[in-house]
Design a protein around this ligand. Structure first.
Ligand SMILES: Nc1nc2c(ncn2[C@@H]2O[C@H](COP(=O)(O)OP(=O)(O)O)[C@@H](OP(=O)(O)OP(=O)(O)O)[C@H]2O)c(=O)[nH]1
Ligand SMILES: [Mn+2]
Length: 190
């Protein structure tokens, strides 16, 4: 049956994105960012998806959904099978690719991000580039509570090493990241 003008949107891109952002908001609802204002955590995944849509020109809804969900596996009680049944194999596959294994030590997780970046799918590389761009811009704005200048600088250097493995994916995002690294005195050629 025709639901009438403007109502027959079941399964449309807009409906899928609203379902996804609502799921992410519920999962992250008690979490806050580490900035002094304790910004709601959901601002970050929404901002990462928006970098992809507005700055990288991404229109593939699966990639935008994966961006909205990219920290749910790693940072909330969400399981991979929950993502698979709610959002299907493509979206859950990208989220899985961009998620750290939280059972490993922090040093090991950081090392593996640099290594895995090289072998990610192009879709996962896009999400990772936007995630890093968002976090580096956030670091330029204000330091997370309790972070020394040295810790901030180390994040820039590590992000440079991760981004190295993501290159050849989005010239626009890579150029914006390079500008930030240069401003920070972090060289991209070594
Ligand atoms: N810059 C910044 N980052 C914040 C803030 N609040 C939370 N974060 C998150 O902190 C993570 C970086 O902090 P780290 O100490 O290096 O990593 P950890 O939380 O995994 O231990 C990022 O996680 P992530 O998204 O999983 O990315 P990444 O660890 O892969 O970079 C980032 O999203 C904030 O106010 N500013
Ligand atoms: Mn993130």
């Amino acid at each position: 049956m025709d639901a009438g003008p403007g109502l027959d949107t079941h399964g449309s891109d807009a409906v899928l994105l609203l379902e996804t952002v609502n799921f992410a908001a519920e999962k992250h609802r008690t979490q806050r960012r580490k900035d002094p204002e304790a910004t709601p955590y959901i601002n970050h995944p929404i901002g990462v998806a928006r970098i992809l849509s507005h700055e990288a020109g991404v229109t593939d809804v699966s990639i935008l959904q994966a961006a909205l969900l990219h920290d749910t596996l790693e940072d909330t009680d969400t399981s991979l099978s929950e993502l698979q049944s709610r959002f299907g194999p493509v979206v859950s596959g990208i989220v899985s690719e961009v998620s750290d294994d939280k059972s490993l030590s922090k040093a090991e997780r950081k090392r593996l991000q640099v290594e895995h970046a090289l072998h990610c799918s192009p879709q996962a590389k896009l999400v990772k580039l936007a995630d890093k761009l968002y976090n580096l811009r956030d670091l330029q704005r204000v330091s997370p509570v309790g972070w020394s200048e040295q810790r901030v600088q180390e994040y820039f250097v590590w992000a440079r090493d991760v981004v190295k493995g993501l290159r050849g994916t989005s010239p626009v995002l890579e150029q914006k990241l390079d500008q930030i690294f240069t401003q920070r005195g972090v060289h991209t050629s070594d």
